[in-house]
Design a protein around this ligand. Structure first.
Ligand SMILES: [Mn+2]
Length: 246
């Protein structure tokens, strides 16, 4: 039994509230559920929000205990490139995580960055759970890529979605609506594109309800297929949400 959790983006307080509503205890330092359920993350745990490092410490603790289920997102990938010393632009939320890192004593800062490199290097491209009937991929996964050999195009799809390479007038990338044409049997749980309410199309659900933009933090429970959300404590920015009904 799994509880998939949408993009956290540093919203640690909302994360602990959601885990508690789902029935987890954090007393031992990692989320433990009395019924043996496991949290599963769609990625982008960091950037933009107030407490990226606390989210990361919780994820590190889960990994240390062998209980981590985490599908990396584009922000995870960018922080990894930063942690390796690559020259990446400190924009789109990375600047908040870097500011948290820069507030640490230099040796602690280095320790978090090297722990993060180890964290990221152990992550799969996406997660296949419950005998392959449940797939968790940050920006989604088209049917043709399920079980396929990992490739550059799969990595791009999983991290950024079905991007066309074009950009909208406001600078956001143009993305095709892959979920609308998904006809597969396995459920695909994803995030990446903030929506006001969880978006169900076919056997897919987008659970990025834009917590860091003032929406909510959402979980999708498996096998129940139930949604559980807690409200965001961040200011509401309606322009950050995609409306698929229009
Ligand atoms: Mn993302």
């Amino acid at each position: 039994m799994f509880d998939m959790i949408g993009d956290i983006h540093g919203c640690y307080d909302e994360l602990t509230e959601l885990l508690s509503v789902l029935g987890y205890s954090l007393e031992s330092g990692i989320p433990i559920h009395p019924d043996g359920r496991s949290p599963v993350f769609v990625g982008d745990g960091m950037d933009r929000g107030p407490d990226s490092l606390r989210v990361l410490q919780l994820l590190f603790a889960l990994q240390d205990s062998g209980k981590l289920h985490y599908s990396p997102g584009n922000h995870c990938n960018k922080l990894y490139r930063y942690a390796k010393g690559n020259n990446v632009q400190q924009t789109h939320g990375l600047e908040t995580t870097v500011a948290e890192l820069d507030a640490l004593p230099p040796d602690e800062r280095q320790a978090v960055l090297s722990r993060y490199r180890r964290f990221y290097e152990k992550l799969p491209l996406y997660l296949s759970l419950d005998g392959g009937s449940l797939i968790v991929a940050h920006a989604g996964l088209p049917e043709r890529m399920i079980g396929a050999k990992p490739s550059g195009s799969m990595k791009t799809f999983v991290l950024y979605g079905d991007v066309t390479g074009e950009t909208l007038p406001d600078g956001r990338p143009v993305r095709r609506d892959w979920a609308a044409s998904y006809k597969g049997n396995p459920w695909i749980v994803y995030g990446h594109t903030p929506v006001r309410e969880p978006r169900f199309t076919g056997n897919t659900v987008n659970i990025d309800t834009g917590c860091v933009f003032g929406g909510s933090l959402t979980a999708f429970r498996w096998p129940e297929k139930e949604i559980v959300s807690v409200p965001s404590r961040q200011p509401f920015q309606p322009e950050k949400f995609t409306d698929y009904s229009s």
